[in-house]
Design a protein around this ligand. Structure first.
Ligand code: AMP
Length: 294
C-alpha cells in the first residue's frame, strides 16, 4: 500500500475501476468492511484518512478525536487498500475555504440541526474528494444514514460520475453501533447501550407488523433516558423527510448524548408488505479491534 499526501498524486497513480473509501481514521470493523467491499469490487481501492475540521461543530470533540496513524495504515493494508491518502495540512482547503457545499433539506434536519455546520462540512469535504480523486465508486456506511442520503443527493445534483455504494451498519457484539468514539465512552458505555436497545425494540415492533412512526419512535424513547436522547425519528431514507408510517424505504434514526460523548444509530425499515424485516445491520461475534484485539 502506498501512502500519499496529495489528491493529485493519488489520482495519477491509480488505474482501472477505482473505489474510494473516505474516513476519519481510528479504524474499526465498520471502516474495514467498506475497504474489503471496495477491494473485492474494484480494480484499485483508495482510502482517505482526514479528520475534517469543517464537520466538527464542537472544538473539544475535534481535539480528542482518537487517532493512531500506524495502526490505521497496517489495518487498511491488510484489507486490500492500494493507496492511502493522508492529506497534508494545506492540501484539502485553503483556510478558511470560501466555497462550501450545502444540501438543502437533507442537510438541515436532524444532524444538521443538532450539529450546526456539520452536514455542510461533510458535503464540502466529500465534494472535494470526489473532484480531486475522481473515483468510479464511493463506499459509505449506513451507520451514517443521513450522510449517505446527503452524499447520494449531492452526487446527483452536481452530476459527479460516481456510483455511491451504501454498506451495512456493523455493530459490536452487544449491539452498540461501531464508532471510533466508542473508545471514549468509558463508564458511560452501559447507558449508551440503551440507544441500540431502543432501536432493536423498534425493529422487533416493525417485524411484528407495526408501521406507525409514533409507535416505532416511542419504542426508542422507552429505552433511552429522556435527558440523553436528542432525537428518534422515522424518515424517508432518500430525502430524510419525516415519515408518518414505515411504508416505503424508511430509516428510524436516533442520536443521544452520554456524558460528553454523542452517538448516532439507526435501523432501516423497508417494505410495507407483511413479513418485511427491519435491517439491523450486522453484529460482530467477538470484541472489536477498537479495544486492542487486532
Ligand atoms: P468516519 O471515519 O466515522 O467518518 O467513517 C468513515 C466511513 O465509515 C463512513 O462512510 C461511515 O459511515 C463508515 N462507518 C463508520 N462506522 C460504521 C459502522 N459501524 N458500520 C458501517 N460503516 C461505518
Amino acid at each position: 500500500m502506498r501512502v500519499v499526501t496529495t489528491l493529485a498524486e493519488a489520482r495519477e497513480s491509480v488505474v482501472g475501476l477505482v473505489g474510494l473509501v473516505p474516513t476519519m481514521g481510528f479504524f474499526h470493523e465498520g471502516h474495514l468492511s467498506l475497504m474489503e467491499r471496495s477491494a473485492a469490487e474494484c480494480d484499485q481501492t483508495v482510502a482517505t484518512l482526514y479528520v475534517n475540521p469543517l464537520q466538527f461543530d464542537d472544538p473539544s470533540d475535534l481535539d480528542r478525536y482518537p487517532a493512531d496513524r500506524e495502526r490505521d495504515l497496517r489495518l487498511a493494508e491488510a484489507r486490500g487498500v492500494d493507496l492511502m491518502v493522508v492529506p497534508g495540512p494545506d492540501e484539502m482547503f485553503r483556510r478558511p475555504p470560501l466555497t462550501g457545499v450545502a444540501v438543502a433539506g437533507i442537510g438541515e434536519r436532524l444532524e444538521g440541526e443538532f450539529r450546526p455546520g456539520h452536514m455542510a462540512g461533510v458535503a464540502t469535504v466529500v465534494t472535494r474528494l470526489l473532484a480531486g480523486l475522481q473515483p468510479a465508486r464511493a463506499y459509505f456506511g449506513r451507520k451514517d444514514a443521513q450522510q449517505l442520503a446527503l452524499v447520494a443527493r449531492l452526487v446527483r445534483d452536481l452530476g459527479f460520475p460516481v456510483e455511491v455504494v451504501g454498506c451495512p451498519l456493523v455493530r459490536e457484539a452487544d449491539g452498540l453501533a461501531l464508532s471510533s468514539r466508542n473508545v471514549l465512552l468509558g463508564a458511560g458505555r452501559a447507558e449508551a447501550l440503551s440507544l441500540s436497545r431502543g432501536l432493536m425494540l423498534a425493529a422487533d415492533r416493525f417485524d411484528g407488523g407495526e408501521r406507525r412512526a409514533s409507535e416505532l419512535e416511542a419504542a426508542v424513547r422507552s429505552a433511552v433516558p429522556d435527558q440523553a436522547l436528542e432525537y428518534a425519528e422515522l424518515c424517508d431514507a432518500a430525502t430524510m423527510d419525516r415519515a408518518g408510517t414505515a411504508a416505503g424505504e424508511t430509516v428510524l434514526v436516533a442520536a443521544a448524548r452520554f456524558g460528553s460523548v454523542r452517538i448516532i444509530d439507526n435501523v432501516r425499515m423497508v417494505g410495507a408488505h407483511h413479513g418485511a424485516r427491519a435491517d439491523r445491520g450486522v453484529r460482530l461475534d467477538h470484541a472489536s479491534l477498537l479495544y486492542g484485539s487486532e
